[in-house]
Design a protein around this ligand. Structure first.
Ligand code: PHE
Ligand code: FE
Length: 285
């Protein structure tokens, strides 16, 4: 995960995690042997809770990939997953100490490497955690990387991030990441489904985002999303819904340069705004 930008840093400004052994790309050894039995047990409990919630709520590729990954029993070995993932979509996992600088994050994605945090949350953080840990990064993000279209999109996002840094567009591009990769919903024949990692690794939001009358559910629109502020410490007030991963890929393919220029001239929209003529999709029943 990235996000100096997303402001998940602690009050002291210090990042959690041991950065002393990191290389120039912030990559470390996972050091799987160092996880304790108690940490594997905590992973199992996190896994069980989420696995119970996702049938009929997560999108098919998430459910199928998660099953195939077979990581219910403890913190996975990243290199084992990489073997299967590389065969499927040419992506690799790399271990990182925690959040990494935006530029580093984008470089990894642009080269089909997904950075996964090595540390696991503590018992008292079972329900809520400020910075992404190995459970969020792995459970939430890795299953989707087995879908070829999504995998291609995330690489393009990485390239787009490097470009946005030069164009002063990062704030806008970060909103796109937030409302898709982290909190995205997708339409299915049976109703709305989740593909966003921030929801899929959360105990409460899985049910809330699909069933509550409270939040808005608005059809995916790149520029609309990039204008919209988001919440980092509550459930989302708006979810954006894609038709399929092709839409995500195709609609983000055009050059964002003119969009960034337009957005710089506009006020941001609040997290719960609904524009005139915009559809607010009903929750699942
Ligand atoms: N098309 C975007 C640009 O020109 C790059 C991008 C692709 C961003 C995919 C996000 C996702 O900047
Ligand atoms: Fe994430």
């Amino acid at each position: 995960d990235f996000f100096a930008t997303v402001a998940t840093k602690s009050d002291s400004g210090a990042l959690r995690g041991d950065y002393s052994q990191a290389d120039a790309n912030y990559v470390v050894a996972q050091n799987w042997e160092a996880y304790t039995p108690a940490q594997h047990a905590l992973w199992r409990r996190l896994y069980e809770r989420q696995a119970r919630l996702i049938p009929g709520r997560a999108c098919d590729v998430f459910i199928d990939s998660l099953k195939a990954l077979d990581v219910s029993q403890g913190i996975p070995r990243f290199d084992q997953t990489t073997e299967a993932l590389f065969k499927a979509t040419g992506w690799q996992l790399v271990a990182v100490p925690g959040l990494v600088p935006d530029h580093t994050f984008f470089e990894h994605l642009a080269n089909r490497r997904f950075p996964v945090t090595v540390w696991l949350r503590e018992e008292h953080e079972f329900d809520y955690i400020v910075e992404p840990d190995v459970f969020h990064d792995f459970f939430g993000h890795v299953p989707l990387l087995f879908n070829p279209v999504f995998a291609n999109h995330l690489q393009e996002y990485g390239k787009g991030g490097l470009k946005a840094l030069k164009l002063d567009g990062l704030a806008y591009l970060a909103r796109l990441y937030w409302y898709t990769i982290e909190f995205g919903l997708i339409q299915s024949e049976q109703g709305l489904r989740i593909y966003g990692a921030g929801i899929l690794s959360s105990g409460g939001e899985v049910e809330y985002c699909l069933s509550s009358e409270q939040p808005r559910r608005v059809p995916f629109d790149v520029e609309r999303i990039m204008r919209t502020l988001y919440k980092i410490d509550t459930y989302q007030e708006t979810y954006f819904v894609i038709r399929d991963f092709e839409q995500l890929f195709n609609d983000t393919a055009p050059d964002f340069t003119p969009i960034y220029e337009r957005l710089k001239q506009q006020e941001a929209l609040s997290a719960h705004s609904l524009l005139p003529g915009e559809t607010n999709l009903p929750p699942n029943r």
